[in-house]
Design a protein around this ligand. Structure first.
Ligand code: ATP
Ligand code: MG
Ligand code: MG
Length: 351
């Protein structure tokens, strides 16, 4: 029986551990919070900071392979582990996705379009960049942003460049052109150790306050766009010599072209629908890939709409429990703070 190490014990680690159990894989989680969501389902939790050397060595000792549930795993931890056992996805995927500037250069190097961008290390660079974009752009921290945190939309009206710079300042920034997208889609794809690639159908995503609110499948885009998303994901997976599941977020432009927004080298919130609408979920797919098992089938048996349950949305659980064709999944978190992901529910439209 193989043992899989997972760095990070949030809801994604928890759902990975649940999928692992069904495949008779054991799971050891490395996570500083002993009461993390994954602790309720993992075989063992090593409670320590992600870069604690003794804890990393204990993880390596206990496992056959290590994976992770978030992209901000310290690179130093991943490379320390990679000296002793396979780390999937490869640390290079962390390096690329941890820094929005490195990520965009990588994507462009794969022949994929992104928003236009400027590296911003000074107020002067921000002024010049905004001039290039006609005063309209999104200023983002290069590192550690998630759920729309660490970004500001800048518009020509009432623009105070100094205040914007100060608000996000102190870290390297990136200024992106504002993409006039008509919709947002994402694709969850996987690559196995032997190089096989497979993808689920793209989802159409709606964000509220910078946080994913719903994912609908099928996305309301034509087949050529779906195919372009699949082929973009395949280029990325191949370029990274990737093993595991990846999430790729796209903007769909009025021209029918795609621009990649960002990649997540892990299972992705916009792929939670797969547990309800496919026989093999993204979580099982990831576990299969990193454990060296064959990838599972990605065919969708139902159309569906996934709702994230954020903060107070948890109060509607009784309604969801009574909703036909709805699969509810809660993360075992006690305190419902605003913006906190508490669970999700996928409503199927049987066809
Ligand atoms: P996640 O939680 O998905 O990791 P994040 O904090 O990394 O989010 P992004 O995905 O970069 O943030 O941006 C969040 C949302 O903001 C996007 O899904 C999109 O709706 C909007 N957005 C981001 N960048 C741009 C852009 N250049 N042009 C237009 N809209 C954008
Ligand atoms: Mg992100
Ligand atoms: Mg995003």
């Amino acid at each position: 029986m193989k043992t899989i190490g997972i760095i990070g014990g949030g809801q994604l680690g928890r759902m990975l551990a649940m999928a692992a159990a069904r495949l008779s894989l054991k799971v050891v989680i490395l996570e500083p919070d002993a009461n993390c969501p994954a602790a309720q389902v993992a075989n063992r939790v090593i409670v320590a900071p992600y870069d604690d050397e003794a804890a990393l060595d204990a993880l390596a000792e206990a496992c056959d392979v290590v994976t992770y549930e978030f992209e901000n795993v310290p690179l130093i931890a991943a490379t320390r582990l990679a000296r002793r056992l396979p780390v999937y996805p490869p640390p290079k995927a962390l390096e690329v996705s941890q820094d929005r500037l490195v990520e965009k250069r990588f994507l462009n190097g794969c022949g994929l379009d992104t928003a236009r961008y400027h590296a911003i290390d000074s107020l002067e660079a921000l002024q010049a960049g905004l001039e290039d974009f006609g005063g309209h752009g999104i200023l983002k921290t290069r590192r550690f942003g998630y759920d729309g945190k660490g970004q500001l939309v800048l518009k020509p009206e009432g623009l105070d460049i100094e205040a914007a710079f100060a608000e996000l300042g102190g870290v390297p920034l990136i200024l992106e052109s504002f993409v006039p997208f008509i919709r947002e889609i994402s694709i969850i794809a996987a690559r196995s150790i032997d190089g096989a690639i497979s993808a689920f159908d793209p989802a159409e995503n709606i964000h509220r306050d910078g946080i994913l609110s719903t994912s609908r499948v099928p996305a309301n885009v034509d087949v050529a766009i779906m195919q372009a998303a699949r082929s973009a994901a395949a280029s990325i997976l191949t370029a990274l010599d990737y093993v595991g599941v990846i999430g790729v977020e796209f903007f769909v432009l009025a021209s029918g072209k795609l621009a990649v927004n960002e990649i997540a080298p892990r299972v992705h919130n916009s792929g939670h629908w797969t547990e309800a609408a496919c026989l093999v979920s993204q979580f099982e797919q990831h576990m299969r890939a990193v454990a060296g098992l064959p990838l599972g089938q990605t065919r969708r048996h139902s159309d569906c709409l996934m709702h994230n349950l954020i903060g107070d949305d948890i109060d509607r659980v009784p309604d969801w429990l009574a909703t036909p064709d709805a699969l509810l999944h809660l993360y075992g978190k006690d305190e419902a703070r605003p913006g906190r992901k508490m669970g999700h529910v996928t409503v199927l439209s049987p066809r």
